[in-house]
Write a protein of this length. Structure first.
Length: 518
């Protein structure tokens, strides 16, 4: 309670809907249970992408502050790992309740910093909340195994033990869901954690950490350090950090994978995507077009599971016109407007990049059926808006196909047969997700069997698995071998200790031969 009264200005601003300050508040680090202003000499502006207003300033955490955060996590570990699992679960039980109570504030922070619509921001939080709910059953998830009497009077059992200090590095596109993929699983397994939120939208992470502490997470169990490359490299290099969870681009993800592995850490690295939707002519037209719109343009295309490429097979190509008509009807505006379908993209640089990739498609001979580049949004003229954009006649050699666009751009391709469509998908380097729209069970089954992607949707456009499964991207979309959340997530944040015990009268003879079980 005392801590709450001392909330730094940043948190007070967030909790009073971030309005009143004349100077942007500084985003605090969280070290050893205290929200502290960084002594950093450099800060980065967190910018509202719909208005260009500076929402807050995020510090480039100093080396000493980083060390203090890791040290706090290290100190908190012995007592937290020995805290009964039931107590750790109860913290999560309270945490999920507090997240529910604070949904609206969290969503407003996300929309203000990231730009997505308020409804979509609620979805962002909810998909993370489900992971917290899942962590409430950690005692069962973390159970070991036991084989009695492996030899006379001898039993063997294995325990899943926490690793120690773990770290998480987050992208900008899901400011709540992705931190919640990471630390709730890690800490409920008994680890302590250092979180580095995206420097573009750190607000939700700080609010979630405050709620986690209010729920009873002891000081030092969760720490937050802000920053960019230097902070990330410090995480990779630090000898006290045992495991790194990363979500973001391939450039950063492969760098982190290599650098942290060189220090002997375990890493799970979820990276970029180019998810395809294959449309067969027997699919339900309305349901398919609505699914393509939702998965292509929701969150302004800034989802790792966005369906950014449609492959029309045979006569389904004629549906393109209807797709364009429906896309034109989508409302592009600031995410806080009640009728918004899609908000802005994250930054001016992102907008420039997306526009350049759209132009490259045109230059390479594709047809721009809908061009959202010059949209002006009344009342938000400075925002980084791009309207829904549809490029048709795209071929696999074009840059707009090869690159992850990460904007509200649907790239449309054609295949004369289902086999040709499967071949296009399998030749793509990414393997996050793929969806098929069809009325044929046989085609759906063939797709499921033959597609080399980690998450398949059958008449489902964004098949992000619920937390009792895992998020299972593959090929260039993932590096590591234990995926996020689900059983694999628990395995990632634990190591196995195998115990062999003997309880019988001590044998009288000595044998130096290798013990065997007979
Ligand atoms: P990003 O890689 O630019 O940033 C992610 C994190 O890495 C940030 O915290 C950033 O500070 C850090 N970082 C960036 N460049 C770095 C570098 N050179 N060295 C060290 N650290 C660096 O990603 P983003 O733009 O924030 O997020 C968008 C990307 O994330 C897209 O490619 C998207 O597909 C991917 N993504 C993947 C998943 C998934 O589960 N596969 C989920 C969400 C987003």
């Amino acid at each position: 309670q005392g801590k709450n009264n001392l909330r730094p200005r940043f948190l007070r601003c967030l909790l009073s809907t971030m309005s009143s300050s004349t100077h942007p508040p500084r985003v605090p680090n969280l070290i050893g249970g205290s929200f502290v202003d960084s002594q950093a000499s450099s800060h980065i502006d967190v910018i509202n992408p719909a208005t260009q207003e500076v929402v807050s300033q995020v510090p480039l955490t100093t080396k000493d502050e980083f060390k203090a955060a890791v040290s706090a996590a290290k100190q908190a570990f012995p007592s937290w790992r020995n805290t009964p699992i039931t107590t750790r679960q109860r913290v999560m039980l309270k945490f999920q309740e507090l997240i529910r109570k604070n949904m609206d504030k969290l969503a407003l922070s996300i929309t203000t910093e990231q730009g997505k619509t308020l409804k979509d921001a609620h979805g962002d939080i909810f998909r993370g909340l489900e992971v917290v709910e899942h962590a409430c059953g950690m005692a069962t998830l973390q159970m070991g195994e036991y084989v009695p009497n492996v030899s006379n009077g001898v039993d063997t059992y294995s325990l899943r033990e926490p690793l120690g200090v773990c770290a998480g590095i987050c992208p900008f596109n899901f400011p709540a869901m992705i931190p919640l993929w990471m630390f709730p699983i890690a800490v409920t397994c008994g680890n302590t954690f250092v979180l580095k939120p995206s420097e573009k939208d750190p607000g939700a992470s700080v609010m979630l950490a405050e709620l986690a502490m209010e729920a009873g997470l002891p000081d030092g169990v969760l720490n937050i350090v802000h920053g960019t490359n230097d902070t990330v490299n410090a995480i990779c290099d630090d000898d006290d950090i045992r495991a790194v969870s990363f979500v973001g681009s391939n450039t950063a993800g492969m760098h982190i994978y290599a650098r942290a592995a060189a220090k002997g850490k375990r890493i799970q690295s979820n990276m970029g995507a180019k998810n395809h939707g294959v449309v067969l002519p027997d699919a339900n037209v309305d349901a398919t077009l609505n699914a393509l719109l939702a998965a292509g343009f929701g969150a302004a295309g800034q989802r790792c599971m966005a369906l950014s490429t449609v492959v029309f097979v045979g006569s389904s190509k004629s549906w393109e016109d209807k797709l364009v008509e429906r896309a034109k009807a989508l409302k592009v505006t600031c995410g806080t407007e009640p009728d918004a379908d899609l908000g802005p993209v994250i930054s001016k640089q992102a907008k420039e990049r997306i526009c350049r990739l759209i132009q490259s498609g045109v230059d390479d001979g594709a047809k721009l059926l809908l061009d959202g580049r010059n949209i002006v949004v009344p009342g938000y003229e400075k925002g980084n808006f791009i309207g829904p954009t549809i490029i048709s006649g795209v071929t696999p050699d074009m840059e707009c196909y090869k690159e992850e666009i990460f904007g509200p751009v649907l790239v449309c391709m054609e295949a004369s047969s289902f086999d040709e469509a499967i071949d296009i998908l399998n030749r793509n380097k990414y393997g996050n997700g793929a969806a098929i729209f069809t009325a044929s069970g046989a085609a759906a089954r063939k797709f499921q069997m033959e597609i080399e992607a980690g998450q398949i949707g059958i008449n489902v456009p964004i098949p992000v698995p619920l937390p009792f499964f895992s998020f299972t991207g593959n090929k260039a979309s993932f590096a590591g071998d234990l995926n996020f959340y689900g059983k694999a997530g628990v395995d990632f944040f634990t190591q196995i200790k195998t115990v062999t015990q003997q309880w019988k009268d001590i044998p009288t003879s000595v044998s130096l031969a290798m013990p065997t079980s007979q």
